[in-house]
Design a protein around this ligand. Structure first.
Ligand SMILES: *Cc1c(COP(=O)(O)O)cnc(C)c1O
Length: 386
């Protein structure tokens, strides 16, 4: 059974920009006859090696690793300046991170507006004392953290699009001998590289922007800690939450265009946020690209590539938000985020969280023409407030 895993993608890609890494990392060797991209490797069993010499280079069974996982792991690791492991879903990545690095600690601090599945898992699976905080309040987050505890943040948070100050949090967590996990699904490595800011683990739902086409479920964990990497690999092999090779292949293909998709979506998001903010039916817009947003200053330092493509805005009440969602013709009314299509949902409809305004709509901005999207939003706002 192979349990070793090479650190990949750090030395060769550290000075390249995300757009270049997204295109070049995780390719087969540049040799005559080699394909340009790694094809889906659908075999579960490979011919055995003569001696028991398992390891990343001597895979014999695809639950331990697979050429298709390795390709997407190399590109994600290179983008995040660490080493990546992929999992069957974002939640499988969250679950493995919790099992390997969080469970057994003296306490856990999590965002009040965290991803619902993660909140449920952290509550059910850790047996820890879990404290909810506003993670954009660095002092509150660190005050709540016991020595040796784990701080779990999302960057930006969802659906309130708060921007935690990762560098300041990392410094405080390190001083307490704790662990900082950053779920960077919404920022993507185009905007933020949490490991460079001092995070111990980065978690991704690759399902979202990295894959980008709403057709893949996949997760990843990235770290620079070789011990954590080996423990995560052991967990994946034993618990079995490996990605499917086709999903790994599709994710790697999606990542090739990550930077151009993000750049277009972020430019559109900025325009839509400004137009929504000026619209009389909109009570408030949460988007760190707006100069008066509470996250603007931290995001300016931390989100070097841009302010992301996720925002939320508040309409009069739940009934208006529902009427608005139903009146849309181009923008998709759906949960999830990060696809090429602009989609939105009224968050209270899903989980009815007390701290979320019932009129709050979360919107994942895609890559359609900005004026076409705006025309749809404006028309639906008019119908809903008629
Ligand atoms: C979607 C999501 C997850 C879970 O990922 P899946 O791929 O759906 O399992 C975790 N964290 C965040 C921030 C997400 O958006």
């Amino acid at each position: 059974m192979g349990t070793s895993h090479r650190l990949t993608g750090v030395s060769d890609a550290a000075d390249l920009a995300p757009a270049t890494i997204a295109v070049t990392a995780g390719r087969p060797p540049r040799e005559p006859g080699q394909p340009l991209s790694t094809p889906p490797m659908l075999a579960s069993v490979l011919h055995a090696h003569p001696a028991d010499v398992g390891g990343a280079d001597n895979l014999e069974y695809s639950r331990e690793g697979n050429a298709s996982f390795a390709a997407v792991e190399q590109v994600i690791g290179a983008l995040e300046h660490g080493s990546a492991l992929t999992f069957a879903s974002g939640m499988a990545a969250v679950s493995a991170s919790v099992a390997v690095a969080v469970r057994g600690r003296p306490g856990l601090v999590q965002p009040l507006d965290g991803y619902h599945g993660t909140r449920v898992l952290l509550a059910e699976a850790t047996g820890l004392h879990v404290v909810d905080v506003d993670v954009t309040d660095t002092r509150a987050a660190l005050d709540a953290l016991p020595d040796g505890g784990a701080l779990w943040v999302e960057s930006p948070t969802n659906p309130l699009i708060g921007v935690p100050d990762i560098a300041a949090l990392a410094e405080g967590v390190a001083a307490k001998g704790g662990l900082l996990v950053v779920d960077s699904t919404v920022a993507t490595p185009v905007c933020t590289r949490p490991l460079d800011l001092g995070a111990d683990l980065v978690v991704h739902s690759v399902t979202k922007y990295l894959s980008g086409h709403s057709d893949v479920i996949l997760g990843a964990v990235v770290t620079r800690d070789e011990g954590l990497l080996q423990a995560l690999l052991h967990h994946r092999t034993i618990h079995g939450a490996v990605p499917g090779p086709m999903n790994a292949f599709l994710a790697a293909r999606g990542i090739r265009t990550l930077e151009v998709r993000m750049r277009t979506a972020m430019a559109t998001a900025q325009v839509l946020a400004e137009r929504l903010q000026a619209h009389p039916a909109v009570r408030r817009v949460h988007y760190p690209g707006l100069p008066d947003d509470p996250g603007h200053e931290v995001a300016g330092r931390q989100m070097s590539g841009g302010y992301g493509a996720l925002m939320s805005f508040v309409l009069a009440d739940a009934a208006v938000a529902d009427a608005f969602s139903e009146a849309l013709g181009l923008v998709v009314h759906a949960t999830s985020l990060g696809g090429v299509e602009t989609s939105l949902e009224r968050r209270g409809r899903q989980h009815g969280e007390a701290h979320i305004d019932p009129g709050l709509v979360r919107m994942s901005v895609g890559i359609e023409d900005v004026d076409d999207v705006w025309a749809d939003l404006e028309r639906a706002l008019a119908v809903a407030t008629r």
